[in-house]
Write a protein that binds this ligand. Structure first.
Ligand SMILES: [Zn+2]
Length: 286
């Protein structure tokens, strides 16, 4: 920077020298500013990974309680076996499970692997998103929010064969809100995506019911594909459906290979397949 002494000195030396020194000082402060931006952004980019196990803990509560219509709390409150209330030190995601070697502090019953599994999955979502998105903080948070919600939806659909509106509809609205914020010029294409996503699966479900006389695909899947359209736009929706179908065929073949009986009427949840496809295409835009 220029000190008052230098300034007085330059006043006598003419405008040219002063302009040049101001230019250099400006360049120096600009270099300092731009070189410190990555240093500021780097730790912020790691926040989703650090928060992920806690988010996973909350997702575990959502997955367990939403399908039963139970009230949602921030964390689980008691041991599933002995009912003993859990304290703060029992509820640190992943760490408590490891420290207690997977057993309840009070009754020594094995803690279900469900909670650490969801926490690990949430951590994996954040780690993959951070790895894929290098320096765009808003996009990273969007990818994590989408990934975490899809994780809960996929898990609930795999266990209960349904996709709760209380998750799919806010996901749809969030997709439009994030688009309006990050790329407002894409908003019409994403709104059209939400409408075509819903309409295409709703028409398919109607046609299937007329042809076969039974339900083939649920309207929960239609709402999830509507959310996909809100996040991705209408253009990639055929790819989402194609990729989801491939994932579904892969799951069915694996199940058959492991000895499960698979027929034309075996019900397979389509939500987890859609979830994988939506998140993959969000991270790898064509
Ligand atoms: Zn217990």
């Amino acid at each position: 920077m220029i000190s008052p002494y230098d300034f007085c000195h330059y006043v006598g030396a003419g405008d040219k020298a002063m302009d040049a020194e101001f230019g250099r000082a400006h360049d120096r402060s600009l270099t300092l500013l731009t070189s410190s931006v990555p240093m500021l952004v780097m730790p912020l980019m790691l926040v989703p990974v650090l928060l992920a196990p806690f988010i996973g803990s909350f997702l575990g509560v959502l997955i367990r309680r939403l399908p039963d219509g139970r009230e949602i709390a921030i964390s689980r409150s008691a041991c599933d076996t002995c009912g003993h209330p859990l304290g703060a030190r029992d509820l640190i995601p992943l760490a408590s499970f490891l420290a207690l070697r997977g057993r309840c502090r009070h009754c020594a019953a094995l803690i279900a692997c469900f909670h650490p599994a969801v926490e690990l999955a949430a951590l994996a979502v954040a780690a993959i998103a951070t790895w894929m998105i290098e320096d765009d903080l808003p996009l990273l948070w969007a990818a994590c929010g989408l990934g975490w919600t899809l994780l809960a939806l996929a898990w609930i659909d795999a266990e209960h064969m349904r996709l709760p509106d209380i998750l799919t509809l806010p996901l749809l609205i969030a997709g439009l809100a994030v688009t309006g914020w990050l790329t407002p010029e894409d908003l019409p294409a994403h709104a059209l995506g939400a409408a075509t996503g819903y309409a295409s699966i709703a028409c398919l479900a109607f046609a299937y019911r007329r042809l076969r006389g039974r339900d083939g695909i649920g309207l929960g899947d239609a709402k999830l594909l509507a959310a996909a359209g809100a996040w991705l736009g209408w253009q990639p929706l055929p790819w989402v459906v194609l990729l989801a179908a491939l994932v579904g065929i892969g799951i069915a073949l694996t199940a058959r290979w492991r000895g499960a009986a698979m027929t034309g009427t075996t019900a397979l949840p389509f939500g987890p397949c859609l979830a994988v496809a939506i998140w993959t295409i969000f991270l790898y835009p064509a």
